[in-house]
Design a protein around this ligand. Structure first.
Ligand code: GLY
Ligand code: MN
Ligand code: MN
Length: 437
């Protein structure tokens, strides 16, 4: 069985009897005849690998416990392919993507009544794809009219398959982990290249170009998200993506960038002094974040609670701030009060995979933090950000923003850091920055 068929089988075994109807992502018009670049839906890619827009997967479990799957796709069309590019077509979908059958997407409405008729349950997420929702409503009406003598329900039992798909995607299989290692290696390489290249006088987007050129050179066709290249005070804007400032001597540069490989992304942040040496104030803050980050990575172990990572970050960051006099008092009490939240205002981790903030629950049904299991992949990314106008800290700290972010996978015996290829120790970072000078 192909990896996608294996994933479909597992999903349908969990969902039980019913018909799964899952579209890929929409191909959105930007303006005129220009579309935003197309990225297939993550759930759809996870279950089919099929890369083209205007495609729908229909799948169900058979009486023997196996499953059948059908792809509805854009048919071959010489004229359209001259304009828009080659298509796999109906035959290609079956031959190359291992589904049982394929049909032109235009025939979905006509085929769905027969496909749906034997099923009491429909696994479909309303609200994601208006056109498909509308098609299904019309299909319900057709079935209702056909069966009216039997006094049928207006529609099948509708169940959202997304939470189940998310739970399955949360634990990465071997193929996914191999791809994530590649994305992480390429991203680490790009961060190293940026550290060597960044100089005072360059503009942030020029560093972005170095990063993304390295992504492309090593086989990543797309970023996992817009690169954040934030120098000086811009590092205090958490999702800064303008990348237009000219960098100055003495600045810290915070870069948060990840390459996507075969639909899986890395998510790395490093912060470094572009002139090659941290100032005392920068080093003090950097060292606090680094110590916290390393302590958090150590928490990533099977059986540990997810929220233990963030609790560790809060404790370590608070301790660090007390040690340099920015907070005063008992660490436990300060943690309880959330005293550091003014300067460390985001979470410490999120799931990572096909989506940079990947799917998957953080709490179980009782609202308890979930326990880490082998195959779960996440970021660890504490930070400290002192707004340039923050009068509550001495002047030398104002405008400093530091985040350190690694990608970590839970293993059977502990964890694997995917992003160890880019340095984070003070001396190593300074040496790499100086290497390109
Ligand atoms: N790059 C987005 C994040 O770190 O969450
Ligand atoms: Mn992140
Ligand atoms: Mn990030």
């Amino acid at each position: 069985m192909s990896v996608h068929a294996r994933r479909r089988q597992k999903l349908l075994d969990t969902l039980g009897d019913g018909l799964l109807v899952l579209p890929t992502a929409a191909h959105k018009l930007r303006n005129g005849d220009v579309h935003y670049s197309f990225r297939p839906g993550s759930d759809f890619t996870y279950l089919t690998g099929f890369p083209e827009p205007h495609a729908v997967l229909v799948a169900w479990r058979t009486g023997t416990g196996k499953h059948r799957s059908i792809l509805f796709v854009m048919p071959r069309d010489k004229a359209r392919e001259i304009w828009d590019g080659k298509r796999h077509g109906v035959r290609g979908a079956v031959q190359r993507f291992g589904v049982d059958e394929a049909f032109p997407i235009e025939s979905l409405r006509e085929k769905l009544p027969d496909l749906l008729a034997p099923h009491i349950r429909l696994f479909h997420t309303l609200g994601d794809d208006e056109e498909l929702d509308d098609t299904l409503m019309k299909v319900f009406a057709v079935l209702r009219a056909k069966n009216r003598r039997r006094n049928p329900a207006a529609h099948p039992i509708l169940e959202d398959p997304k939470p189940t798909i998310a739970k399955q995607r949360l634990v990465k299989d071997a193929e996914e982990l191999a791809t994530m290692r590649q994305a992480a290696d390429i991203s680490a390489e790009a961060h190293c290249a940026a550290m060597r290249a960044a100089r005072p006088g360059m503009t942030e987007y020029q560093v972005q170009a170095v990063i993304e050129e390295t992504f492309r050179t090593h086989g990543s066709m797309r970023n996992g998200y817009d690169s954040i290249v934030a120098s000086g005070p811009n590092a205090c804007i958490l999702h800064y993506i303008e990348n237009t400032r000219k960098m100055r001597r003495g600045d810290l540069l915070l870069v948060d960038a990840g390459a996507e490989v075969d639909s899986y992304t890395a998510d790395i942040t490093r912060t470094w002094p572009i002139s090659g040496a941290f100032s005392d104030a920068q080093k003090a803050i950097y060292s606090i974040v680094l110590k916290a980050e390393k302590a958090c990575v150590r928490v990533v172990q099977p059986g540990k609670a997810w929220d233990g990572i963030h609790k560790t970050a809060l404790r370590e960051i608070t301790k660090g701030l007390v040690s340099i006099g920015l907070l005063k008092g008992d660490v436990a009490k300060l943690v309880k009060k959330g005293a550091c939240r003014k300067w460390f205002m985001h979470g410490t981790s999120h799931w990572l995979g096909m989506d940079v903030h990947d799917v998957g629950p953080y709490e179980d049904a009782d609202g308890k933090s979930i326990k880490l299991r082998p195959g779960m992949a996440m970021t660890v990314e504490p930070g400290l950000y002192f707004d340039p106008a923050d009068k509550s800290v001495p002047k030398e700290f104002r405008g400093i923003g530091v985040r350190i972010e690694d990608d970590v996978v839970v293993t059977r015996t502990g964890h694997e850091v995917l992003t160890g290829g880019v340095p984070k120790e003070v001396r190593e970072v300074e040496a790499l920055c100086a290497a390109g000078a």
